[in-house]
Design a binder for this molecule. Structure first.
Ligand code: C2E
Ligand code: MG
Ligand code: MG
Length: 242
């Protein structure tokens, strides 16, 4: 009931979570994550409204609003820091947005309107979208990349078709979901799988960012197997842009 008003009253706000060099903690980029500053319910996390918006069709409207905030931010940084933003900022594309025939042109228009080079627009697309419609996803990603956008495969390893996806679709970066390492892992198979994925990414010349890094132990392990970048509560939680 509140969603349209929320958009008009600018209640959706982006938070940024830094992406870091695992060994030093140096910030190398950030991901924009939406928050809903609801007037009576407080700050809502995406888990509380994104799935609903994906079902009722509102997601594209909200996402375009979020992407526009990101473009405005990159633009203001470019103006302030001599034409080059000090950090790259990635934005999330819902699996539902992939079905929208106007997706590519909307992103082109935003890049144009804000004067942001397309390669600075890093688009995170969840791997699970592949399961739903592999052909469409691969066409969209190819179109986005050929228009000059940077495409990051989000939540890699969390769906059931990771290897197929990797074979069929070219992306610019993998975001490795650390969640499959949580829970029981009595004989340490998670670690072996992880190091194999990192090695495979290297063979494919694909940069990789681990997400959900919570402990020093994980950070050290990731670094030791050649995954040098990560994002997680160990380093920073998502925070307001300011
Ligand atoms: P995601 O894109 O995979 O984003 C990472 C999520 O993991 C974020 O949750 C982040 O806060 C959380 N996270 C980061 N580090 C850690 C950690 O060390 N441990 C744990 N347990 N979690 C960590 P958040 O912000 O609640 O967002 C959840 C999901 O909502 C995102 O997952 C993304 O799929 C979606 N989302 C967020 N913003 C947007 C948006 O603007 N548009 C769309 N369509 N989806 C969005
Ligand atoms: Mg993401
Ligand atoms: Mg993710």
């Amino acid at each position: 009931n509140d969603m349209n008003e929320a958009l008009h009253k600018r209640q959706f706000e982006i938070y940024l979570q830094p992406k870091c060099r695992l060994s030093t903690g140096e910030i190398v980029g950030a991901e924009a994550l939406v928050r809903w500053k609801h007037p009576t319910r407080g700050i809502l996390l995406p888990g509380a409204f994104v799935p609903l918006f994906e079902r009722n069709g509102f997601i594209m409207k909200m996402d375009v609003y979020v992407w526009e905030q990101v473009c405005a931010l990159i633009r203001s940084w470019m103006d302030r820091y001599g034409g080059k933003p000090p950090l790259s900022v990635s934005m999330n594309i819902s699996r539902v947005d992939i079905y929208n025939a106007t997706l590519v042109s909307i992103l082109c228009q935003l890049a144009e309107r804000y004067g942001v080079p397309r390669r600075y627009m890093e688009l995170e697309i969840t791997e699970s979208a592949y399961t739903e419609d592999p052909k469409l996803l691969s066409e969209r990603i190819a179109a986005l990349r050929s228009e000059g956008f940077t495409v990051e495969m989000d939540d890699f390893g969390s769906a059931y078709s990771s290897l197929n996806m990797l074979k069929e679709i070219q992306v610019d970066l993998l975001k490795l979901d650390m969640h499959f390492l949580y829970g029981s892992d009595p004989d340490g198979r998670g670690g072996t799988i992880l190091s194999s994925i990192v090695r495979m990414a290297r063979y494919l010349s694909l940069p990789i960012v681990a997400e959900g890094v919570e402990t020093m132990e994980q950070a050290r392990f990731l670094d030791s197997i050649g995954c040098t970048l990560g994002q997680g509560f160990l380093y920073y939680r998502p925070m307001p842009v300011s």
